[in-house]
Structures are given as C-alpha cells and as structure tokens.
Design a protein around this ligand. Sequence first.
Ligand code: PTJ
Length: 248
Amino acid sequence: MIPRDHPRYESLVTREKLVEGVKQGITALEGLIAHGRGEAFDYILGERTRDFALKAEKVAVAMMLLAKNPVISVNGNTAVLVPKEVGELAKILNAKVEVNVFHYSKERVNRIADYLLKFGVSALCAGDAELEGLSSARRIVDRRGIFIADVVLVPLEDGDRCEILKRHGKKVIAIDLNPLSRTSRMADVTIVDNITRAIPKMVEFAKELRKLNRDELEKIVSGYDNKKTLSEAIEGIKEYLEKTKTLI
Ligand code: PTJ
C-alpha cells in the first residue's frame, strides 16, 4: 500500500498498475523497461503537460474527428494505465479500439481485450489481416480496424510500425515522452506527454471540439508543424534543466 502523502505517490501508483499488469499477463515485462525510459523523460520535462503537448493533443483530436475511420491502438502498457479513458475517448470520437502489441501471443491479445471489456471497452483483436512490409508482430491487425484506418493513434509505439502505417497511407498520432525517438520523428503528430495525462486531456478536447464543424476542425489541423513541436519539446527540456540547476 503506497501512502497517499508520499511525494511521488502518482508515479508509484502508476508503477504498481504496470507491475500488476505484468502479473496478470497483460503488460509485457519489456513494458516496465519502456516505462522507465518514459519516466526519465517525464522527469526532465517537469512531469506536467507542456504547451507544445497541449497543442498536439488538440490537433490530434481534431484530426480524429475529421477522420473517416479513426482507430486507437492499445498495447499492454496503455491497457492498464488508461483503460477507462481510452473507452471515453473512443466513444466521443466514434473511433474503434484495437489491441495491437509488439510482444505477441493470441492469448495475451485476448487477455488485453478481456481486461478492456471490464471497463466497458469493446476492442477489435481478430488478427485477420497483416500490414505488408512489417516483420514484427505489430503487422497482425484487424480487417475492420487498423487495416482500413485513415488515422491511427498509437501510444508507446515503435518506429518501425509508425513508418509502415505511414507507408500504407495512414496518418499517425504518437504519444511518446521521448521527443528524440524514431516514432516521434516519423509521426504526423507527436504528443510528448505522459499517456496518463495525455488521454484524459484528449477526452476534454474531444468534448469541446466535437461541437465544431469540419471547416473549424480543419483550421485547427492546417499548418500544424510536428518538427516545431519536437524542437519545442527539446527546448522545454533544456529550459527545465536550466531552471532546476539554479535550485540545486
Ligand atoms: O505491449 P507491447 O507488447 O506492445 O509492448 C509495449 C512496449 C512499450 C514494451 C513496446 O511498444 C516497446 O518496446 O516500446 P519502446 O520501443 O520501448 O517505446 C516506448 C516509448 O514509449 C519510449 O520512447 C518511452 O519513452 C515512451 N513511454 C514509456 N512510457 C510512457 C511513454 N510515453 C508516454 N507515456 C508513458 N507513460
């Protein structure tokens, strides 16, 4: 039991969720390592949603509202960290949710889908289609989901799939705390924010933006520059480190 007044309560609770996810066979062991890397970037970003992330979250939601077949891809980390919020977001955006994992087994995919169902999220996971050009298990997709999607939200992604999704003509929105990763650089929109803050923020934006018409949504998306977002994220890290240095 983590004491509520612990100064790093949120971070410890998040870790516990992932450890529990591993015990239940939902999160991959490698997911813990990936989370550690994410935590380190979050730390040097100041552990809050920065302006460049807010902007990317808003653009991402507008893009998904404009999409014909938006899909939210869920892996083992996402499933245990934000299951309810993914369901909420999918509902408002009229998006499909698809289980798609790097460390693949049919049993694990089904376990993730069953877990999501407990939060009222019905996820696709048929594995009845393949993305050509990708050798990792992430190529295994659902014919009704990622296979026909025009916009895919991919939290905690690997660069290879991002590249292939783009080659298949899809727009990719990544959530990745590492602004230097290949995924971050390949995506059309990169949200450099913790998934535990990013998805709830996107739910808020979705509630607001769903009232807009297509022209208004297009205005939000047009002129978005992902390279600018990434350089602002790197500047954000530098700024935070400089500020912190003076406090030591
Ligand atoms: O469930 P599976 O089988 O699909 O496996 C999931 C992992 C995460 C193990 C797999 O996708 C993987 O190996 O990912 P990578 O290549 O390590 O990339 C994960 C990226 O997510 C890293 O750049 C981390 O900085 C970032 N990251 C980790 N935790 C978070 C995060 N970004 C946002 N929020 C987080 N909580």
